[in-house]
Design a protein around this ligand. Structure first.
Ligand SMILES: C[S@@+](CC[C@H](N)C(=O)[O-])C[C@H]1O[C@@H](n2cnc3c(N)ncnc32)[C@H](O)[C@@H]1O
Length: 338
């Protein structure tokens, strides 16, 4: 770490800065990890390694071998860049905003300010949608699965389905302009995906597909307005429109997503929607009473927490749209056609 000497302007050096005087990569990474631990970052060593790997433009596995073999050194520019990134991470900017990418299943998604950073628990939600889409392909005579991801954000779930179930026809809907821009960018990185990205309100979008979809999947905003997230990375950097589900219980948008799934799915179609750990019973209640759903179940994520509802659309016709259906906030703009 930095030595104790004052700088030429008389200021004391920041004792936590990345040691800019050494090319010793292990020492630099150790110092960065200490600094991140002091700032309350949950996984300081991993974050320090990922930032160093990012600056050196190598995979984190190569960085870890280099830490043992000494095969990589940081030049001056790289040390300054790492110092800047570690300082920003210590101020609790999300790691993924600093590296510009988020890993989701087998995808590397472009992310940054204005879009929700996809989370590992949502990978399980995507898996349920993928399994349901594959089941359509595998049924007698085979079929082309038709899947929509409502509230797509970076496009994480929709792109996972489109790339892991080749041949599936997929749609993705996003309301927010900035998030839609990130999804569009991620879609462009997968030109082979049969994915149509739509900007609009998921509660009212894609009426032309009513009754034709095999799978509706969604990770909508569901945080109640008075439950401000504790982690600064979330509270300060995830867009409010991605977090807060509106209404006292945070379930106003999810209620609209359930209503959209009722009209979009064919009888027997599968619905999967993420929710907060404490919302299992309340979300199951949204799917009972009108006869539109069968086999309503709450499922857990990989850590055993109840995090999603899964249900099958019954043959009961969708109720006609209420006169006060939420308005489409922006015109629908199709970005790409399958
Ligand atoms: C929790 S984030 C999930 C993003 C992505 N599905 C994921 O899992 O990473 C919710 C997303 O829904 C979008 N959103 C909020 N209200 C919406 C609405 N009424 N219609 C469409 N998208 C909406 C937000 O902008 C945000 O991108």
């Amino acid at each position: 770490m930095a030595d104790d000497a004052s700088q030429p302007d008389g200021r004391r050096p920041d004792p936590q800065a990345v040691d800019l005087s050494t090319a010793d990569l292990p020492a630099v990474v150790r110092g960065a990890a200490r600094r991140l631990a002091d700032a309350g970052v949950a996984s300081p060593r991993v974050d320090a390694e990922l930032l160093a790997a990012h600056v050196l433009a190598v995979a984190v596995g190569s960085l870890r071998s280099a830490l043992l073999t000494g095969s990589l050194v940081l030049d001056d520019a790289q040390r300054h860049r790492l110092d800047d990134l570690v300082a920003r991470r210590a101020r609790r900017e999300p790691l993924q905003h600093l590296t510009g990418t988020a890993a989701f299943r087998h995808l590397e998604l472009a992310v940054g300010p204005g879009v929700f950073v996809p989370r590992p628990e949502t990978e399980v939600v995507a898996q349920v949608a993928i399994d349901a889409a594959r089941a359509v392909q595998e049924r007698a005579g085979g079929g082309v699965p038709r899947v929509v991801d409502l509230c797509t954000g970076s496009g994480a779930i929709a792109l996972s389905v489109a790339t892991e179930v080749p041949g599936a026809l997929t749609w993705a809907v996003e309301l927010d302009e900035a998030a839609h821009g990130w999804a569009s960018r991620n879609l462009r990185a997968h030109p082979g995906a049969r994915l149509t990205l739509v900007r609009g309100d998921a509660r009212t979008a894609l009426r032309e597909l009513d009754g034709t979809l095999d799978v509706v999947v969604s990770n909508p905003p569901y945080v109640p307005g008075d439950a401000v997230p504790v982690d600064p990375e979330v509270a300060r950097h995830d867009p409010p429109v991605a977090l807060y589900g509106l209404g006292e219980d945070g379930l106003e948008v999810p209620r609209g997503i359930v209503a959209a799934a009722v009209r979009l799915l064919r009888p027997g179609g599968v619905f999967v929607m993420e929710h907060a750990e404490v919302q299992g019973a309340a979300v199951r209640d949204l799917l009972t009473g009108d006869g539109c759903w069968e086999d309503v179940r709450t499922r857990s994520d990989l850590t055993g927490r109840e995090r999603m509802v899964v249900a099958a659309r019954s043959a009961t016709p969708a109720p006609s749209a209420p006169a006060s259906a939420p308005p489409t906030v922006v015109p629908l703009v199709k970005d790409s056609a399958p």
